[in-house]
Design a protein around this ligand. Structure first.
Ligand SMILES: N[C@@H](CCC(=O)N[C@@H](CS)C(=O)NCC(=O)O)C(=O)O
Length: 232
């Protein structure tokens, strides 16, 4: 069976587990402490980062982009007949998602309003680009078929949904097509299988405790909107 070396709140890992979940490929997970990386892990991962996937043949793969491509090549693509141009565009939109994982983590970790607003601008701008790209007529990013682009945005959309649930702040405020897309994507897969059982409490403890978001901000964030007071 495939084995994933993981860290419980890592968005790069969740992109991979989401791809495995959608394809219904069984996997086991071993969690490591990133502050005290075991030597066996460092021997497998030249970049020293999770995720690492050990394939059924026992080969260790690193870098989530490469792992996602391996899953497609080994277990079949999510969609049939994607042209080379479309595949390049899909990769680019996926990259736009994954390059914002750490931006979202940094934003959620902000300790004060000013830092939060500054850090959230990049992420909100990326969601606005998605809003402009979505037709609003299909369930998912390109069509009614889930694609690798949707999978790449799962960690961002899932985290945004948890933030909204606990704080009322919505990263997708004022972006109705993106909000509908978020609902469709998160509703299309068993999201609980893409994270550890204790993901939500850990996430809350890490990002929604002693942070600006966690300190019960309930006033609109100035021009950035965000709370139900202006977003509904
Ligand atoms: N480019 C890497 C990024 C992975 C990454 O940043 N993982 C983080 C956890 S979310 C990590 O392992 N950090 C430990 C470190 O950088 O030492 C990928 O796509 O797999």
């Amino acid at each position: 069976m495939i084995k994933l070396i993981s860290f419980k709140i890592c968005p790069f890992v969740q992109r991979v587990t989401a791809a495995l979940e959608v394809k219904k490929i069984p996997f086991e997970v071993e969690y490591i402490n990133l502050k005290d990386k075991p030597q066996w892990f460092l021997d497998l991962a030249p970049n020293g980062q999770v995720p690492v996937m050990v394939t059924e043949a026992g080969t260790a793969l690193f870098e989530s982009d490469a792992i996602i491509e391996y899953i497609r090549d080994e277990y079949g693509p999510l969609e049939d007949k994607v042209s080379n141009e479309q595949r390049a565009q899909d990769r680019a939109w996926s990259y736009l998602g994954s390059k914002h994982y750490l931006v979202q983590c940094g934003t959620m970790s902000s300790k004060d309003r000013e830092t939060f607003i500054k850090r959230s601008e990049k992420l909100v701008a990326a969601f606005a680009k998605v809003e402009a790209q979505l037709s609003g007529k299909t369930q998912f990013f390109k069509s009614d078929e889930l694609s690798n682009v949707d999978i790449a945005w799962v960690p961002l959309l899932h985290r945004a949904a948890i933030v909204k649930k606990y704080t009322d702040y919505d990263f997708l405020c004022g972006l109705p097509k993106a909000q509908a897309w978020q609902k469709n994507v998160l509703g299309s897969l068993a999201i609980e299988n893409t994270v550890s059982e204790d993901f939500e409490p850990l996430f809350k403890n890490f990002y929604l405790t002693n942070t600006y978001l966690g300190d019960g901000q309930d006033v609109p964030l100035g021009d950035t909107c965000g709370s139900s007071a202006c977003c509904g």
